[in-house]
Design a protein around this ligand. Structure first.
Ligand SMILES: Nc1ncnc2c1ncn2[C@@H]1O[C@H](COP(=O)(O)OP(=O)(O)O)[C@@H](O)[C@H]1O
Ligand SMILES: [Mg+2]
Length: 363
């Protein structure tokens, strides 16, 4: 199969297993983002694809070829790292063409490739500048240009935007997504930032402790997280989790916990009724709370003790508690509303999540 395949890949340093058993198929031209907390094994995985790190077991395929033991330069890959060193004495064109010149690529072809990459990255006007005369974002684009001119089969990115400020990161996210469309190449992008993953990926791979937790489109992982880890990792602010117990049965099923009794939504009833151990974790995203009841009546009224209400434009962010357990909520109240206080709020029960409390798996 074309694309990139990792098949039962294991990575251990001595007796310390970093990646116990990882399999992943990436389609040709796909933009896959591997996301997870620091130390979960993202860079190690990417470096094994690149050939910069050996595998302890398993195989890696790139475009129908087993490259498990191939040298990095025989893999048809290009890599962009978080910290990129440009040659300070070379101008932008010189930096971008360096690898091609080393490889003895004909002059005319080098010029053409640099021109095309510079156009894509909007660096045409800067080709004769030295790195010191560029902004951080422009330098980052030169680093990308350096890999793009080589036109590899797979582009590998390891947190390339981490050193940029928030505004530039957001611009570069958009540019990278556009670049992916223009280049139409397979891209594997590693980050700890779920916003980067959500905004750029065709598919997101969520990793924790060397283990893939879920693979899916941004919509899949947000709307149908497979477990509590994914539910808490994707979405900002994070999902609220409350201990609860299932009471009743059939269509009269409810989750009871400290300070709340919430009817189980119709969507969840079948799986929730099948839950043997009735101890669950209730998941509620902050954005599914409201200050007023919704029209279709699918809501639970909850009494929140609001500690702080932060004004964030058209909505307010509430740091609150429910029956003594902390809850965050964002409620749309319009730009002119007074800071919201303690009292009754409404949670959209169609958007509730239930997890087995012991295993963390979604019901
Ligand atoms: N050379 C090494 N020897 C021992 N452990 C390592 C080595 N390189 C990385 N690790 C460990 O492997 C784990 C995964 O690291 P890494 O892939 O860099 O994580 P991430 O990129 O997700 O932050 C970490 O716990 C790290 O300490
Ligand atoms: Mg890393």
């Amino acid at each position: 199969m074309p694309g990139v395949g990792l098949n039962n890949v294991v990575k251990a340093y001595g007796s310390t297993v970093i990646i116990p058993d990882l399999s992943l198929d990436i389609r040709e031209s796909e933009f896959v983002v591997i996301v997870g907390p620091s130390g979960c094994g993202k860079s190690t995985t990417l470096r094994m694809v690149a050939g910069l790190e050996s595998v302890s077991a398993g195989t890696i395929h790139i475009r129908d070829r087993d490259v498990t033991y191939a040298a990095p330069k025989a893999r048809d890959i290009a890599m962009v790292f978080q910290s990129y060193a440009l040659y300070p004495h070379m101008d932008v064109a010189g930096n971008m063409s360096f690898a091609l010149r080393l490889a003895g690529t004909p002059r005319a072809e080098i010029d053409q490739r640099v021109k095309r990459a510079a156009e894509m990255l909007e660096l045409t006007d800067y080709l004769d500048r030295k790195p010191k005369d560029l902004s951080g974002g422009q330098r980052q684009r030169v680093a990308m240009g350096r890999s793009i001119v080589r036109d590899a089969y797979v582009f590998l990115f390891d947190e390339p935007l981490s050193n940029l400020d928030a505004k530039l990161r957001s611009t570069m996210r958009t540019e990278l997504a556009i670049l992916h469309k223009k280049l139409d190449r397979t891209m594997i992008y590693v980050t700890h930032d779920q916003i980067e993953a959500m905004t750029m990926a065709d598919r997101i791979v969520i990793m924790d402790q060397g283990i893939i937790q879920q693979v899916g489109s941004p919509r899949d992982v947000y709307t149908a997280p497979k477990n509590r880890f994914v539910a808490g990792f994707i979405g900002s602010p994070s999902m609220n989790f409350l201990d609860g117990e299932l009471h009743g049965s059939g269509s009269k099923l409810e989750v009871h916990g400290q300070g709340f009794k919430i009817p189980v939504s119709k969507r969840m009833q079948i799986t929730a009724n099948a839950a043997k151990d009735r101890r669950v974790t209730l998941g509620m995203r902050p954005e599914h709370f409201a200050a007023t009841a919704n029209k279709d009546g699918k809501y639970a009224a909850l009494n929140l003790d609001v500690d702080v209400a932060e004004y964030i434009g058209s909505s307010q962010f509430l740091a609150a508690s429910l029956g003594g357990q902390p809850i965050t909520a964002t409620v749309d109240v319009g730009p002119d509303a007074e800071p919201m206080g303690s009292g009754q709020y409404f949670f959209d029960t169609n958007r509730m999540y239930l997890f087995d409390r012991a295993s963390g798996e979604a019901l």
